[in-house]
Design a protein around this ligand. Structure first.
Ligand code: GAL
Length: 368
């Protein structure tokens, strides 16, 4: 009795599902079910753009690797990147339906406009799992992070950096793409930390998360607020942060104010080492992508117990309520936490971060 209870407690965390045999093992239905299980499955993967490094560099390869491993090398991933185009993503979605893939994982360019495609897929009997962004329409599940927490972590980094000067400090907010539902959550989380504590002088949206659009917005902010008056910049992700820092340098800043970020891009980690970017939010891609693959495979294989164990959270989209979900935790990455985040997780090696140009910065933060 007692042993059973202990095992159950240990299995209650999503992270221990594999160890508990719910995933990849024969835990469900015994060996009989396992021998009947289909491994020759096709997972359709639709990612939104190439401007953000994570999609090509991590999400796609990790999902492919995990699908291959869960299906004993027999399953495959059909991949398409929308390059920030709503129309292109819709065509890619349709092609996957026509190709009769077994399940679709989609990170929507536009979470609202994708709803008819989700419906078509559903009508064709193909389940859809929303990846990272909560697509509207009848999705079967959602895997992401607590995106409001991402914004809180970013906002708190600014108030901490400004310290006692916060209330008199002018802050520029460079938000993400309004078509991405995460943007509103990042913003809400950040505003919860910033409003009433700092002076938010300007706010911009960044169409399609485009760094070029962010740079143009930042130039405008510098012109209207004044270079030396900007005390901090809330940048919603690392692509935006890089563009903001370039614009500040080009305008001739003597001291780069605290700038936030998100995604732990390699160049952002290097800017953090160099003291140019204050922080980024590290969202463990390995976990999010691995869980997505597990959700897709268990769904197709009809392994309901394993699928339900993975999706114990519930979220509401504007069109559907109580969507089964899995939300992976996030963590702030600063110069003090590089080692225990991206290096410990094997995302980057010290060598990749500490190139010749960053040798001094790396020595200063103890990276060797
Ligand atoms: C968000 C995502 C971020 C970042 C951004 C840019 O939806 O959560 O990790 O990649 O899109 O495309």
């Amino acid at each position: 009795m007692r042993r059973a209870a202990t095992a159950l407690a240990a299995c209650s965390s999503a992270l221990s599902l594999a160890a508990c045999g719910a995933i990849g093992g024969d835990g469900e239905g015994g060996s009989n079910a396992s021998s009947k299980r289909r491994d020759d499955i096709t997972v359709g993967l639709l990612l939104p753009d190439r401007d953000t490094a994570r999609f090509e560099k991590f999400d796609h390869p990790i999902i492919t690797k995990e699908v291959t491993s869960l299906t004993h090398g027999k399953g495959r991933v059909l991949y398409a990147n929308a390059e920030a185009s709503v129309d292109k993503q819709s065509e890619q979605f349709q092609r996957m339906i026509d190709d009769k893939v077994d399940v679709i994982l989609v990170d929507a360019v536009d979470a609202r406009l994708i709803a008819p495609d989700v419906q078509k897929s559903k009508d064709a009997g193909i389940p859809v799992i929303a990846y990272d962004r909560l697509a509207q329409g009848p999705i079967d599940a959602y895997v992401s992070h607590d995106n409001e927490l991402v914004g809180q972590v970013q906002g708190r980094a600014i108030t901490e950096a400004l310290g006692t000067k916060a209330s008199s400090s002018k802050v520029v907010m460079m938000n993400g793409d309004p078509a991405d539902p995460n943007t509103a959550q990042f913003k809400q989380g950040a505003l919860g930390e910033l409003e009433g504590k700092v002076d938010i002088v300007k706010q911009y949206d960044t169409d399609k998360w485009s760094p070029a659009a962010a740079e143009a917005n930042m130039k405008e902010a510098i012109r209207s607020v004044g270079l030396d008056r900007i005390a901090a910049v809330y940048a919603a992700n690392d692509g935006i942060a890089g563009a903001v820092i370039d614009a500040l340098k080009e305008a001739g800043t003597g001291r780069i104010p605290p700038v936030t970020g998100q995604d732990a891009n390699l160049d952002a980690v290097q800017r953090i080492v160099a003291g140019e970017q204050r922080m980024t939010v590290y969202k463990p891609f390995l976990d999010e992508a691995t869980y997505a693959a597990q959700m897709a495979v268990t769904k197709v294989q009809g392994r309901d117990i394993a699928f339900d164990a993975l999706t114990r959270d519930r979220v509401d989209s504007p069109t559907h309520q109580n969507v089964p979900a899995l939300l992976v935790p996030v963590v702030s990455l600063t110069k003090d936490t590089i080692k225990k985040t991206v290096i410990a997780d094997g995302v980057y090696t010290v060598r990749q971060i500490c190139t010749a140009a960053h040798a001094a910065g790396c020595a200063a933060v103890g990276l060797k």
